[in-house]
Design a protein around this ligand. Sequence first.
Ligand SMILES: [Zn+2]
Length: 82
Amino acid sequence: MGRKKKEKIEEKAEKIDLLVKRCPECFVSLPLDAKRCSSCNSRVGRADKHGMAIKPTHWISYIVCILSWTILILYVNWAFLR
Ligand SMILES: [Zn+2]
């Protein structure tokens, strides 16, 4: 009888563990469905198997960065080749 009780507690602990993920920036525990960290306000993705939130890829800032570099290079070429 006592053993069954212990199993139940362990099951509960596992469930609690799956209900939180950790912010990759500040390691604060967050709910699994959180889109942003409540502490540092950085974007957080889904949790991996270790319960660590995956950093979402910032595609827009990535594209903006490439575009601004392309424009800069084109401008420099245009300015010097005139
Ligand atoms: Zn955080």
